[in-house]
Ligand binder design. Structure first.
Ligand SMILES: NC(=O)c1ccc[n+]([C@@H]2O[C@H](COP(=O)([O-])OP(=O)(O)OC[C@H]3O[C@@H](n4cnc5c(N)ncnc54)[C@H](OP(=O)(O)O)[C@@H]3O)[C@@H](O)[C@H]2O)c1
Length: 296
């Protein structure tokens, strides 16, 4: 049976992906900071700060999917939190890399999450593609450092893929739960784009990254339909039958509440899905209203 070790398998994406890959016939293993009781998957412990990892997780292992990372939008970005956001991604990738190298694991594929934050929190008419340079703002730097550590796996002749993921739409949490309040509120001037992807499409994308050996390098994991914050909010209001405030939450208020982190909700450009489509990936949800209806 094919094996896959998922780090951060307890999170929003990881839970659904574990279930999905198990249905597809994979033996799913989870690497977590915590002992998980009653898990349907074999779980193994690691401690990134102590550089500890249970080596049993790597026995006869075929693929790693790396999802671990401190939540970008969970807390204000103090210096301490910024370090945690970086270390939980970069130091964890380095620990995986060193373990695979030292144990000489003949891994077939290393696949990691990355984020559209790679291109920066800016509102523009640019449609970013994978060959564009990383931004110099905080998230741009996080993604750049993260991907540098991810693509070290290529040194070991391991096929490596990074999925630069947009806002993941799911029933079970994440951004959609924050957006679909009893009254829908647009943010700032509402002109910022919001690259998004339905979680089912994202799971299919991870499966494609495992099974289609043509995939190598970074891919944007975003749906094809571009939505601004204004159009996104209107569609949510329509599908969930909720009222929408006629004026947006002012920028200065959001800045006061969220500090530097407000940049990720107040800014955004379009991101191209062409590269992944060119290798034959078909989105089940390339229209936001269909995605939201499915998640109702
Ligand atoms: N959800 C989105 O909209 C979205 C968009 C773009 C990119 N991504 C990226 O995709 C990955 C998975 O996203 P997700 O939404 O599933 O994340 P999530 O629900 O926050 O789960 C991430 C997992 O990472 C581990 N983790 C959390 N804080 C950590 C810390 N401080 N140090 C080490 N490990 C920590 C946890 O696993 P354990 O407790 O089991 O160790 C957690 O279950 C993340 O890297 C995220 O940046 C997500």
């Amino acid at each position: 049976m094919k094996n896959v070790l998922i780090t951060g398998g307890t999170g929003l994406i990881g839970k659904q992906l574990s279930f999905f890959l198990k249905l597809k016939g994979y033996e799913v293993r989870i690497l977590s900071r915590n002992n998980i009781v009653d898990s349907p998957y074999k779980t193994f412990l690691w401690d990134i700060n102590q550089e500890y990892i249970n080596e049993d997780a790597f026995k006869n292992l075929d693929h790693i999917i790396h999802l671990t990372g401190a939540g970008i939008a969970n807390k204000r970005w103090s210096d301490k939190r910024k370090k945690e956001i970086i270390d939980s991604r970069v130091a964890s990738t380095e620990l995986l890399y060193n373990t695979v190298k030292e144990l000489k694991i003949p891994l077939k594929t290393f696949i990691s999450a990355s984020a559209t934050g790679y291109y920066g929190s800016i509102t523009s008419e640019t449609i970013f593609k994978e060959t564009d340079k990383p931004a110099t703002d905080f998230l741009g730097k996080v993604c750049q450092l993260w991907e540098q550590s991810i693509f070290k796996f290529k040194d070991q002749k391991i096929r490596t893929v990074a999925l630069r993921t947009g806002i993941v739409l799911s029933k079970d949490g994440g951004a959609l739960q924050k957006i679909k309040k009893p009254v829908i509120v647009t943010l700032g001037n509402g002109k910022q784009y919001m690259p998004w992807i339905h979680i089912d499409d994202l799971c299919e994308l991870y499966l494609k990254a495992i099974e289609d050996t043509r995939l190598e390098g970074p891919y944007n994991a975003v749906s094809t339909e571009y939505q601004s914050n204004n159009s996104f909010s209107k569609t949510v209001a329509k599908i969930y039958k909720r009222p929408i405030l006629p004026i947006g939450a002012p920028k200065f208020v959001l800045k006061a509440i969220f500090g530097e982190m407000s940049t990720i909700i107040l800014n955004g450009s379009r991101v191209s899905a062409n590269k992944i489509k060119q290798v034959g990936f078909k989105f089940r949800y390339d229209r936001l209203d269909d995605a939201l209806k499915n998640l109702l």
